[in-house]
Write a protein that binds this ligand. Structure first.
Ligand code: BES
Ligand code: MN
Ligand code: ZN
Length: 501
């Protein structure tokens, strides 16, 4: 899809549809909506007076212009209460408008810059949010479905700006929005792919392809390399699977001699639970247990396309977690790369096992700060539902920067405490640490487990298990893989480049 910014007057656009907006309670529309209203001889204000258009959040009114204007259709989108209007709503509105018009088989539309007029939001931020919203909201995973004759797509969105002098800046902002949203869609493609088509080898292959396309450095290591590195914890998970494990390393170097940031993503391409096998109901969702890996890979694509002035290395330990004759058993002992021994009390707590070695390797590479992203615990959904991902950190400064980035992108997060008392949950009788501390404080115990494999460098852990997959669409998120937290990772890297920790 194309996103353009054009100078001009929206009333003169000959797009198949033009999009204007209205706050709740406004009786005489102003700005672009007012201009369109005048061109339509007051049709919009009359519909407001009659109570047909109220400006409610989510309200969509499609009008036909019958020759009164070059554009044959006008969509009036409700903005809701002006006091509740934020940049997140611009993104969501853009998604809703794009989906609505796709449903009406409208392939191209022109829109005013929602939010930049009377709402008083920053115009560039709005252009970016409109581009993001449309790209994110229109995403569908339909590559394995016979195409429906009815299924048309939106080909182009044009943001019309009156002030010619601002077009360049708005176009650049829209292009940034398109890049980060397309990266989120790359992650979604990886997440949604069934596990038989997204094995560790497939995931590594996709990473290599993306690296090639976008000029990233890439290394894919196999089992022997992991053995040489002493990654007994990662390999302990891989043992049960017929699919060979892969350890994926992507590098992006746009930041001169700055210390590279480390992004580490959980790459379990299917999580059966292993010998501690999961119940059948809902197990198909475990194809997305590589969502953290998908997010870090996709964020690298965006950083490269943005030519971000930063260095980032992404690490994705990738394996299936399967039961089998050779699988790790409850009670088995593993030794991680830093020499710590791990008692595996539950083979379904496998994410922390593969991340343990990846975190050790990140330290070996000298990456800092470290941010790992993982569908780590069901307990995080119990705490935060599908609204926010969990943040855990050994550094308040880093946690604050993550919260700022998350607030800017609208991908909500919430920090959970790492009080030292929780550390005891992972005490083992036979090893340095055990991989599950039971039900209570499950997400925090998992974070403390990871902390065993991080030295003193600033580190944060994002538990995305509640927000990786959606069973119904919400805002900019379609059904299926959400692409969270790709946009937050990109924002964080950009923020850290501008102002290091
Ligand atoms: N991949 C799961 C966590 C998960 C659950 C992600 C639901 C997405 C949706 C993880 O590997 C897991 O199984 N965690 C266990 C840990 C427990 C055994 C300590 C869990 O949360 O039940
Ligand atoms: Mn598991
Ligand atoms: Zn898992």
């Amino acid at each position: 899809m194309q996103i353009n910014v054009q100078a001009g007057d929206i009333t003169q656009s000959d797009a198949p549809c033009i999009v204007v907006n209205l706050f709740e309670g406004v009786t005489t529309p102003g700005g672009g909506t007012g201009a369109v209203d005048r061109a339509l001889a007051g049709m919009i204000s009359e519909l407001i007076a009659q109570g047909d258009i109220r400006g409610k959040w989510g309200e969509m009114t499609l009008l036909h212009t019958f020759g009164k204007m070059p554009a044959p259709r006008v969509l009036v989108a409700g903005l809701g209460k002006s006091g509740e209007f934020t940049i997140d709503r611009v993104r969501e509105l853009s998604a809703a408008v794009a989906r609505f018009l796709r449903g009406k088989r409208v392939a191209r539309f022109a829109t005013i810059a929602h939010g930049a007029g009377i709402a008083g939001l920053d115009a560039e931020a709005c252009a970016q949010a409109i581009a993001e919203g449309a790209m994110l909201g229109l995403y569908r995973f339909d590559r394995h479905k016979r195409t429906d004759d009815d299924a048309t797509g939106v080909e182009s969105v044009t943001i019309v700006e009156q002030d010619r002098a601002r077009v360049g800046a708005l176009a650049a902002a829209a292009s940034r929005g398109q890049i980060v949203a397309e990266a989120a869609n790359v992650a979604r493609d990886l997440q949604n792919e069934p596990a038989n088509l997204m094995t560790p080898t497939d995931l590594a292959g996709r990473a290599e392809e993306l690296a090639q396309q976008h000029g990233l450095g890439v290394h894919v290591y196999g089992r022997e390399w992991a053995q040489e590195q002493g990654m007994g914890s990662f390999l302990g998970v891989a043992k049960g699977s017929a699919q060979p494990p892969k350890f994926i390393v992507l590098t992006y170097a746009g930041g001169g001699d700055a210390t590279p940031i480390g992004f580490i993503g959980k790459g379990i391409t299917f999580d059966t639970g292993g010998i501690s096998i999961k119940p059948a109901a809902g197990m198909e969702e475990m194809k997305a247990d590589m969502s953290g890996g998908a997010a870090v890979i996709a964020s690298m694509v965006a950083l490269a396309r943005l030519k971000a002035p930063v260095n980032v290395t992404a690490l994705v330990p990738a394996t299936e977690n399967m039961p089998g004759g050779n699988a790790t058993k409850p009670g088995d002992l593993l030794r991680a790369m830093n020499g710590k021994t791990i008692e595996v009390v539950n083979t379904d707590a496998e994410g922390r096992l593969i991340l343990a070695d990846a975190l050790c390797y990140a330290a070996k590479l000298g990456l800092s700060p470290l941010v790992d992203v993982a569908t780590l615990t069901g307990a995080i959904s119990v705490a935060l539902g599908d609204v926010a991902f969990g943040v855990f950190a050994n550094s308040d400064a880093l946690a604050d920067r993550i919260k700022q980035a998350s607030a800017a992108t609208g991908e909500k997060c919430w920090q959970l405490p790492m009080f030292n008392e929780y550390k005891d949950l992972n005490k083992s009788n036979v090893a340095d640490v055990k991989n599950s501390g039971g039900r209570n404080a499950g997400s925090i115990a998992a974070a403390f487990f990871l902390k065993e494999f991080v030295d003193d460098r600033p580190w944060a852990h994002l538990d995305i298990a509640g927000v990786d997959m959606f069973d119904k669409e919400r805002g900019v998120i379609p059904k299926g893989g959400s692409g969270i937290p790709v946009r937050t990772l990109v924002q964080l890297a950009l923020d850290l480049a501008a102002r290091p920790l």
